[in-house]
Design a protein around this ligand. Sequence first.
Ligand code: FAD
Length: 290
Amino acid sequence: MFDIKIYKPKTLDDALEIKANLLNDIAVLAGGTDLTIRLKEKTIIPKGILDISGLEDLKFVLEDNAILNIGPLCTHNELSDRHTDWGALIDSYAPELGEGCRVLGSPQIRNIATIGGNIVNSSPVGDTIPPLFVLGARLKVQSLKGERYVDIADFATAPGKNVLKPTELLTGIVFEKHRKKDRGFFNKIGQRRALFIAKSSVAFKGSWNGDIFSGVKIALGAVAPTVIFAPETAAFLNDNKLTRDTLDQACNIIRTEGRPINDLRSTVQYRRVVLGALLKKGLLPFLGKK
Ligand SMILES: Cc1cc2nc3c(=O)[nH]c(=O)nc-3n(C[C@H](O)[C@H](O)[C@H](O)COP(=O)(O)OP(=O)(O)OC[C@H]3O[C@@H](n4cnc5c(N)ncnc54)[C@H](O)[C@@H]3O)c2cc1C
């Protein structure tokens, strides 16, 4: 079907060299679940494919004191299966990210699709991105010339667009582990219970003292051209005792954040209403819980 040259480097340096030489003529393939659709639809027509799926040095979960460092080639299953060492680490120290990986696509998709692909695809509906926002993740990107770090909140600039240069690959995802009092969740809603793209999603992280959250961060998916923070709702919940009344008020505030659109998946009004419901679903269990 395609007359495309496939490059399958054995090392990261080789991959970066190919990228440096071929720049925009080459498309990177990790799990391929987004890329193959774009190739099939001919929204991109590259001269070559850089298949990085075999680069074992981009597949890791490393714990370094307070920091977790995730390799971009980890699949969503590897990061969300609590019965494995990596999945258990994520579940303990970044449960909102584990949940994002767990509800993405279907078992088949989660088996092959990578966290790096989800990030670089830069969709406002990407399920790992709101959790990475509230975790304050920084992305390590590398080229032959060296490395730099980009805050996840500065990475995507529009649907499908980001600040990655043609010479660069995403090579790490770094964030602080949850501390003892930190709590987090990710909730999304879509058309059905499996294999669904979010109509709206909410990620939350905060430190819980039994009555009050502090250090609250909230991120929203599918309600703007990129994932965004919900600063007003976070500021309201911060250091404000969580009661039925304050929770209701927070749900009203979150409905005013974001710039949702009408599209084939949902309407502006529905998206706003469910933002409140998704926040409430995540915070209700804390009412009356010390
Ligand atoms: C049936 C179906 C259901 C889906 N459901 C969901 C869903 O519920 N939620 C959701 O968020 N997504 C969903 N997706 C989208 C997709 O599965 C995810 O975005 C997935 O994480 C992409 O990972 P991948 O490894 O397959 O990426 P690929 O397709 O290999 O790559 C995606 C993009 O990232 C680039 N890229 C990948 N890795 C790197 C790297 N290390 N450095 C630089 N560039 C890189 C590629 O060039 C490409 O542009 C679904 C897709 C399908 C086909």
